[in-house]
Design a protein around this ligand. Structure first.
Ligand SMILES: NC(=O)c1ccc[n+]([C@@H]2O[C@H](COP(=O)([O-])OP(=O)(O)OC[C@H]3O[C@@H](n4cnc5c(N)ncnc54)[C@H](O)[C@@H]3O)[C@@H](O)[C@H]2O)c1
Ligand SMILES: O=C(O)C[C@H](O)C(=O)O
Length: 319
């Protein structure tokens, strides 16, 4: 058993599901939970602790009602914020969640100077930007979860189309976690076999569109919120890679400083995840068409960041 502490801020659907995975799978020794809803955070800590005992896992889960109790975390996951409902895009959550993200970052940085922070709240790339801006922390320490989820969705849609290959599919998605994300069919394989060997162009196009629409599809069916099992599981993979210094390559949202030709903007790219967070950014050799799509995706995140800068950070400075 390691001696690691993971903290989760926001124990709604994604946060509570993630807590359940971490505690029952014995991924950390201590799990700290925080939420503005104090009864919920206590209920989740009790329920998850009892599940942990059923699982004979050693993780200790604690609710934190005060800022100073939520301390010395190795990894912190932020899922705090509102989720979209049918008819909304993730971008509609921008200002509400930026306020929440800024207040959460202000409250956690003081007591957790060594933490690596994983952002889940949407709109994802803009929230990573807001968290970096609120904390002034280095870019390796604040990383967004989305690429693993989007790639898992793409893998599922490939399986759905083929009817075989589950467990052998490696799909790849980069760019922002929005409608203009960039599923990379060329970099996706089934047991090493390229997609275009197995599927027609039309089928691949259909998989790409379904992947881009994967979150909205679940929002429409759920009616009251958005997906949480696949998001929580994807986040747990990032946590394991960091805590165990696995140096695994995953698509995650990070601040670009020259990579792919972009600066001061967050986007999803393959990175190496280890004990220091985002330890390396990998630059794929993209084709011209993929570069154009990536550039459109970056531009849509840039629009959100510009709105944040004008409507949120400028206004905050004025007070
Ligand atoms: N990056 C991704 O791929 C991905 C995937 C799924 C969900 N999301 C996003 O994650 C967020 C959470 O989704 P969810 O389904 O868990 O929503 P949810 O409504 O079930 O949970 C959100 C939780 O945040 C809490 N919260 C709100 N303000 C807070 C604050 N200031 N401090 C602490 N806690 C606070 C709420 O009380 C609630 O328990 C949403 O923004 C959603 O869009 C992102
Ligand atoms: O779709 C959403 O709003 C939640 C999340 O970003 C997802 O992709 O499931």
């Amino acid at each position: 058993m390691n001696n690691k502490t993971v903290g989760i801020v926001g124990v709604g659907n994604v946060g509570a599901t993630l807590a359940f995975i971490l505690a029952t799978k014995n991924i950390c020794s201590t799990l700290l939970l925080k939420d503005v809803r104090e009864n919920i955070v206590q209920a989740m800590a009790l329920d998850i602790s009892q599940a942990t005992n059923a699982a004979k896992s050693k993780t200790i889960t604690k609710p934190c009602l005060k800022d100073e109790e939520f301390k010395n975390c190795d990894v912190i996951v932020i899922t705090a914020g509102i989720a979209r409902r049918p008819g909304m895009t993730r971008d509609d959550l921008l200002i509400t969640n930026a306020k929440i993200m800024t207040s959460v970052m202000n409250s956690i940085t003081k007591y957790n100077p060594n933490a690596i922070v994983i952002i889940v709240s949407n709109p994802l790339d803009a929230m990573v930007y807001a968290a970096l801006k609120a904390s002034n922390w280095n870019r390796n320490k604040i990383i967004g979860m989305a690429g693993i989820l989007d790639s898992a969705r793409m893998s599922y849609f490939i399986f759905e189309k083929l009817g075989y290959g589950q467990g052998q599919i490696e799909a790849s998605v980069m760019g922002g976690h929005g409608d203009s994300m960039v599923p990379l069919a060329d970099f996706s394989t089934v047991a090493g076999v390229k997609l275009n060997t197995l599927l027609s162009e039309e089928d691949i196009e259909d998989i790409i569109n379904k992947t881009k629409n994967g979150g909205a599809q679940i929002v429409k069916l759920l009616e009251t919120g958005s997906a949480y099992y696949a998001p929580a599981y994807s986040t747990s993979l990032m946590i394991e890679a960091i805590l165990e210094d696995k140096k695994k390559i995953y698509p995650c949202a990070v601040m670009l400083e020259g990579e792919y030709g972009y600066n001061n903007i967050v986007s999803g790219v393959p990175i190496m995840l280890g004990i220091n967070g985002a330890e390396k950014i990998i630059e794929l050799d993209l084709k011209d068409e993929q570069k154009i799509q990536f550039s459109k995706s970056v531009s849509s995140v840039q629009e959100l960041v510009d709105t944040l800068e004008k409507k949120f950070f400028e206004e905050k400075k004025a007070f």
